[in-house]
Design a protein around this ligand. Structure first.
Ligand code: CDP
Ligand code: MG
Length: 825
């Protein structure tokens, strides 16, 4: 093998650096990021390659500078025993043609960028090239990071299969889940996992190669990793333990990595993989449907299926609910024959399964479920009437009103297909169970046409074989964060030109294809060119805490590929200081209940409402509100043995429960190991809290979420009807409401603290707990002004009582809340 015959062998022994050395390294990193070192040197040699892709592609450069001597050339070639059909399939992948240039670039440079169309084989093949070239050993592994969990899991499975190696050798690690062993040599992980590893071992000494995959997605952790690795690579070089860094990306905007002078001391070479992309004809709609893009997708798929020759259809929608709803409509329109069970899915049971299900329901009805009543963690029998129903209103009569022309004069096809073919409809989104996701990689049952309805997970992370038609709604669901108000909301917006082009590209992987864009070309021209990196769009508090935990004091000087706005960093740091979070060493961000977790809780609504009331407890426990409900759910689940059945019956997400359990295990162990000397011990069995404990919990939450306090609208606000039942927060002019799903929705306590505000039809607070007003001056002094009333008091001021006002212009500048007097030393 041409690239694996290097004569230099690298030191086999790993150095185990002492604590002092680690400190030194951290200092060096800190210095490096402070002084903005590493201004890029000009490459001495550059080789340009042309790209076949119509998108802007960076020039490919191969450079060698004095500082980048060949340093890590393994001496051995490790044979891989692949199955013949696997070998045949991989030889067709465009990246195989580039193996030599990729390996030469890696041998000769510490940092290499590989850029290639989705599906060209980057993720599955580059780790195999490195393995064969001897880049792994008993002391060093290849680590590959993915921004999405689904990619980490499915790619490790795929690579293990291709290489015919055990999952003990090709493994994955995502948060709280993985199959990594001592034998692991190729490790797929989420970017967050590698970041955590850097906190423990700054030099990442167990890796010989780190591959940052899907770098174009510009997830926050990926960006931080690239910044950190730009410093770790030279440090490893200095120690004589070179680390190779490979950044892999779709053909999108890699200049942020290569031309960022603060990142790498020498411009890294960019290897462009020329993918065999077949032409894709783009069909724009003449008009842009304003709201019902999902209905428009349905109609377009129907037309394609009726009129166009065989070939898989891939539909891009924005979220899980839309995906399921379209799947249902399509399955109704093009049903499978009765005896055809190959396409079964979560909602599509075969006759046999339905029969079994009915039988089991009868059995269920016949027996009385045991009532578990462990103090406050009660479990009540499942109410058979509260099964999760499809709330779908089926307004589509398949085919009756369809215009068989593919609309908008956008079709030149005249071949007609057999419209009686069943459509094999599969959903695809990040949270779909891995075994259901795997279905899209398998050929559809004979005599059917594959139709995958996906979110943007199918844009670059996963490549579905056999797609000829893409239907692109042009939209994407994004989390928006208002830096001023601190409100996050999910909004469906137009996607970027780059991702629309990625979506279209999915149609031309195996033969010429067609992409139907459900919007006009004029609208496309108005799309932003690329989506902004995540780091510039989200709250930066947890980013700052992560960086501080890595001993990076001046976050503002960190070599981010795209730095977040300096004002946002400064404001976040101020907030963290006000909350007291930065005084404590190694504080981590707040554990938030994610939007997705809340959305799982949505199912089995009626039963959940019942359970909510039970879990909310009695007396003072109720004041802990939604947090008590969650605590009750976790406790009840724990007592029931945390089984999938319990979760299913009680509207809880099993995986989330497992995660909570593991996280709690970690925290209890940590706390018990620190506190045992003081005679403190946390019982891992998790008893329900006492009223006093629930009160402490409320105080802890208040102390941690000082900027998330809200007060019920006062008389002067109530003059305006829109303030009825509303709350006033410190940072918003608009009324906010307790979310209807909250246990405190009807109780409306005077003061509350909330976990987050989401914007739907109104601004809603979620994760709400009641707060006693007298706690505020005691627990949140930085937010209060203790002194005489202001000279120009706002209308709510009551001079007769002479009570102290809670006022601090920088935070509560719009609200002056009258609070009970407190004694202050
Ligand atoms: O990373 P990149 O997008 O360049 O390509 P890849 O993910 O390595 O995929 C290479 C090929 O492997 C594609 O044709 C995929 O369809 C195929 N593949 C597969 O058949 N099954 C998987 N689980 C993963 C990939
Ligand atoms: Mg990939």
């Amino acid at each position: 093998r041409r690239h694996s015959s290097g004569s230099e062998s690298e030191p086999e022994e790993e150095s185990h650096s002492s604590e002092e050395e680690k400190e030194e390294q951290k200092e060096e990193i800190e210095k490096a990021s402070d002084s903005g070192l590493n201004a890029a040197e000009k490459p001495e040699e550059s080789i340009k390659k042309t790209a076949t892709n119509q998108q802007a592609v960076p020039s490919a450069t191969v450079c060698q500078t004095a500082s980048n001597k060949p340093s890590c050339k393994p001496a051995v070639f490790i044979p891989v025993d692949r199955a013949p059909e696997i070998q045949e399939a991989r030889l067709k992948l465009p990246i195989l043609a580039e193996e030599q240039s990729i390996m030469e670039a890696i041998n000769e440079n510490p940092v290499v960028v590989i850029c290639g169309e989705t599906g060209s084989g980057k993720t599955t093949q580059v780790p195999q090239f490195l393995y064969e070239a001897g880049y792994t050993s008993s002391t060093g592994a290849i680590g590959i990071t993915e921004p999405r969990r689904v990619a980490a899991v499915s790619m490790s499975q795929r690579v293990a299969k291709e290489m015919n190696l055990s999952r003990r050798v090709v493994s994955y690690q995502i948060r709280y889940e993985g199959n990594v062993t001592d034998e692991t040599q190729i490790k797929f992980m989420t970017d967050g996992v590698l970041l955590k590893e850097i906190q423990k071992d700054f030099l990442l000494s167990k890796y010989k190669v780190v591959i940052i995959d899907e770098a174009h997605e510009r997830s926050m952790y990926t960006d931080i990793l690239i910044g950190l690795l730009s410093r770790i690579v030279p440090l490893r070089e200095k120690k004589g333990l070179p680390l190779k860094l490979i950044i892999m990306s779709a053909t999108l905007r890699v200049e942020d990595f290569t031309e960022n002078k603060r990142l790498f001391s020498a411009v890294p070479p960019v290897i462009q993989v020329d993918a065999r992309q077949f032409p894709v004809t783009i069909h724009f709609n003449k008009k842009t449907p304003l709201d019902d893009y999902s209905g428009e997708c349905f109609r377009k798929v129907c037309k394609i299926h009726r009129m166009l020759p065989s070939g898989g259809i891939l539909v891009f929608l924005t979220g899980q609910a839309e995906v399921h709803s379209l799947c249902r409509r399509l399955r109704k329109a093009f049903p499978f024959q009765k005896n055809n069970t190959a396409g079964d899915d979560d909602k599509e049971e075969s006759v046999e399964e339905i029969r079994k299900f009915k039988k089991s329901r009868k059995r269920k009805k016949a027996m009385t479920l045991p009532k578990i009543d462990l103090d406050n963690y009660s479990v009540i029998p499942v109410d058979e009437g509260d099964e999760d129903r499809d709330a779908e209103t089926d307004d589509d009569v398949a085919g009756s009103d369809l215009d068989l022309d593919l609309g908008d004069a956008d079709s030149e096809e005249d071949e007609k297909s057999d419209s009686s073919l069943p459509l094999y409809v599969l959903p695809l989104y990040s949270l779909l169970a891995p075994e259901k996701q795997a279905k899209v990689f398998r050929p559809p049952p004979p005599g059917t046409r594959l139709c995958v309805v996906a979110t943007n997970v199918a844009e670059t992370s996963l490549t579905i074989p056999g797609i000829k038609y893409v239907v692109d709604c042009g939209k994407v669901k994004k989390r928006f964060y208002d830096k001023i108000t601190g409100v996050s909301s999910f909004r469906v917006t137009w996607t970027s030109q780059a991702s629309a082009n990625q979506r279209a590209g999915r149609a031309g992987r195996t033969e010429p294809g067609h992409c139907y864009r459900l919007y006009s070309s004029a609208v496309f021209m108005d799309f932003e060119q690329f989506s902004a990196p995540e780091i510039t769009k989200r709250p930066v508090e947890d980013l700052i805490l992560q960086m501080k935990a890595l001993n990076i004091e001046k976050v503002i000087n960190f070599p981010f590929p795209t730095p977040p706005p300096a004002e946002a960093l400064a404001a976040a740091e101020e907030l963290l200081i006000a909350l007291g979070a930065l005084k404590e060493p190694l504080m981590t961000g707040r554990p938030a209940v994610s939007e997705e977790e809340t959305a799982k809780l949505k199912g089995k609504k009626a039963r959940l409402l019942q359970m909510q009331r039970i879990w909310a407890g009695q007396g003072l426990l109720q004041k802990l509100g939604d947090l008590m409900v969650m605590l009750g759910a976790v406790g009840a689940c724990e007592y029931a043995g945390c089984t999938p059945k319990f979760c299913e019956e009680n509207g809880l997400r099993y995986k989330a429960m497992l995660e909570i359990r593991r996280l709690r295990g970690q925290l209890t162990t940590a706390v018990n190991s620190v506190c045992s000397d003081a005679g403190l011990y946390i019982d891992p069995k998790m008893k329900p809290p006492t009223e006093a404990q629930a009160t402490y919990l409320r105080q802890i939450v208040l102390a941690g979420l000082g900027d998330h306090v809200a007060r019920r609208a006062q008389a002067e606000e109530l003059l305006d009807d829109k303030w009825k039942n509303a709350y006033k927060t410190a940072l918003l002019d608009e009324p906010v409401f307790i979310h209807p799903s909250s246990i405190l929705f009807k109780q409306l306590p005077e003061f509350v603290v909330y976990q987050e505000i989401v914007e739907t039809t109104k601004l809603y607070m979620k994760g709400v707990s009641a707060v006693e007003p007298e706690w505020i001056p005691v627990l949140l002094p930085p937010y209060c002004h203790f002194g005489k009333p202001l000279e120009n008091p706002p209308p709510s001021y009551c001079p007769e009582t002479g009570r102290i006002r809670c006022h601090r212009p920088s935070v509560f500048y719009r609200v002056s809340w009258q609070l009970p007097a407190v004694e202050v030393d």
